[in-house]
Design a protein. Structure first.
Length: 247
């Protein structure tokens, strides 16, 4: 069947619309808006750091370790000693251990994953120091923690008042050795629409070129995960597409 130029154009527009509709159908829930992500975490024995590492890989995000100005020794962390530094701090709601350094440009992040170990059911006081040190208004904060066995409990809610102009998502608790798969499953359930910097659409990557016989058309791609998958598919060069109608 030969087509006129007009019918060709109509077919191509329908194709472009279908591609974008398809992309929309697979999109994850769009709340909150996506943006640059920081994984900030406090970790002394590497468990929370392990989760932070998984998150950084999954999300293509920056990480920043909350490091105490005076490092915690093994004796400081001895929870069996009622007079250990960690225990004294946890018993004092006003304790604010000093942090070494600061996040270079907190303003550039829209989402902050905040990781900590559970200490007596709560976040270590140094996490309070961190929250009080920045203007986090309008950002989304996603708490996560590791523990020997306790759940996240009220540890995250207890922090809300320290950054009450942020939007707090429900937190996640992991065992120290949790796998990347476990962490990814949790991330996928958050409803975050995440833009990885490497997948951000720029220039030509935002445009789909379609050619049928002598007719060349372009269509804008949506900025979502399906469009990113389509771009990856097309990354190797032109592809042949066969179209037919059917049920
Ligand atoms: C002072 C202190 C208190 C702790 N309290 C708890 C607790 O209440 N419940 C629990 O399951 N684990 C508790 N733990 C264990 C840590 O939460 C656990 O080992 C965590 O994964 C350590 O994370 P990190 O390696 O990132 O520092 C405590 C550890 C310390 C040092």
């Amino acid at each position: 069947m030969r087509m006129t130029g007009k019918r060709f154009a109509a077919l191509m527009l329908a194709l472009a619309a279908a591609l974008m509709a398809c992309a929309r159908r697979h999109e994850t829930a769009p709340a909150p808006e996506e943006g640059r992500i920081l994984i900030a975490y406090f970790s002394n024995t590497g468990n929370t750091e392990n989760i932070a590492g998984h998150l950084a890989e999954i999300l293509g995000a920056d990480t920043w370790e909350i490091t105490a100005e005076t490092a915690y020794s093994a004796a400081d962390l001895n929870y069996n000693d009622s007079n250990s530094r960690a225990n004294r701090e946890q018993n004092d709601p006003d304790a604010r251990p000093a942090i070494s350094g600061s996040v270079a440009d907190m303003g550039r992040y829209d989402v902050v994953f905040l990781g900590y170990p559970i200490w007596w059911g709560q976040a270590p006081r140094i996490v309070s120091t961190f929250l009080e040190g920045y203007d986090l208004a309008g950002k989304t904060i996603v708490p996560f923690c590791t523990s020997g066995s306790s759940g996240i409990g009220t540890s995250a809610e207890a922090l809300h008042g320290l950054a009450d102009s942020a939007e707090w998502l429900d937190g996640g608790r992991f065992s120290g050795g949790a796998s990347r798969g476990e962490v990814e499953e949790w991330v996928n359930g958050l409803g975050l629409t995440v833009r990885k910097e490497s997948a951000a659409m720029e220039g030509d990557a935002a445009v789909l070129h379609i050619t049928i016989d002598d007719t060349a058309l372009t269509a804008s791609l949506e900025d979502n995960s399906s469009a990113a998958a389509l771009r990856e598919l097309l990354g190797g060069g032109d592809v042949r597409v066969t179209l037919s109608l059917g049920q």
